[in-house]
Design a protein around this ligand. Structure first.
Ligand SMILES: Nc1ncnc2c1ncn2[C@@H]1O[C@H](COP(=O)(O)OP(=O)(O)OP(=O)(O)O)[C@@H](O)[C@H]1O
Ligand SMILES: [Mg+2]
Length: 242
């Protein structure tokens, strides 16, 4: 389970995330939506301990990222917005490195299956520096799937993937849900969010402005003409005309 409690992150005088609270339960996929600059990446980077929150708490399977960073990191698999593979490690060496870092070398028995599903098995001997953008994205996902995390955070994982890669990654994410893992996924692809996510959270200027299942949000906006998540998103995030 992932718990974000009253998370605030300021950069200088600018508040990027503002008293944000939400939970991703076991066996749940939650979509983190919001316009550019809404605070999605900042939230996910705080969850991954890449940014220090200004205030608030983040718990990964009950481990506070500030008080128990080792326990928290062990529970998390994170795929960044812009993956940067190690230039001088091969695809397979990345998986070996991650498995070793988590003390889970036995999980390498799944490497062939994971890499094959993501069309990277043929590239297993290639260096990180030689991979295309989509292949880098797939390698970051493969590294996330190789160890037994309970919480998965993906920052726009589908951007740059080919249609087969997108389908396979969505299937792999749903398999994690079936295993009881918690998945947080930021995306601008509203059709995908509607189909893949059990719940969505909509951020605007760092604040949570709507949360619920897509049918719940539709009901809340019943008086309006919103019929799809896209309609709702545009209605909720619309800036008032000055
Ligand atoms: N390192 C930083 N220093 C200063 N300001 C930052 C930093 N990182 C993010 N911000 C600011 O915080 C706000 C939220 O940015 P963030 O990257 O979290 O948005 P996002 O929702 O992920 O947007 P996008 O959809 O474009 O990826 C923006 O105003 C951004 O300019
Ligand atoms: Mg972002």
């Amino acid at each position: 389970m992932l718990q974000v409690i009253e998370l605030t992150k300021q950069f200088g005088g600018m508040t990027a995330v503002d008293r944000l609270s939400f939970t991703v339960g076991d066996g749940e996929i939650v979509g983190l939506l919001g316009p550019n600059g809404a605070g999605k990446t900042t939230t996910i980077r705080c969850v991954a301990s890449l940014l220090q929150p200004t205030s608030g708490h983040i718990l990964l399977n009950g481990h506070d990222v500030s008080d128990d960073p080792v326990g928290a990191k062990r529970a998390l698999a994170f795929v960044p917005e812009v993956p940067n593979p190690y230039e001088m490690l091969t695809v397979m060496e990345h998986l070996r490195f991650v498995a070793a870092a988590y003390g889970m070398e036995e999980e390498l028995v799944h490497a062939e299956e994971i890499l094959t599903r993501l069309d990277l098995w043929e590239k297993r001997g290639d260096l990180g520096a030689s991979l295309s953008k989509g292949m880098r994205q797939k390698l970051a996902c493969a590294c996330a799937f190789i160890h037994k995390a309970q919480v998965f955070c993906f920052d726009e994982p589908l951007i740059g993937l080919d249609p087969k890669g997108m389908r396979e990654l969505k299937a792999m994410i749903m398999e994690r849900r079936a295993l009881g893992n918690s998945v947080l996924i930021s995306t601008h692809m509203l059709d995908t969010a509607e189909r893949l996510c059990d719940r969505v959270i909509i951020l605007k200027r760092g604040q949570l402005i709507a949360e619920g299942t897509v049918p719940e949000l539709k009901q809340r906006l019943q008086s309006s003409d919103a019929t799809s998540l896209e309609d709702m998103f545009l209605e909720l995030t619309e800036e008032p005309i000055a």
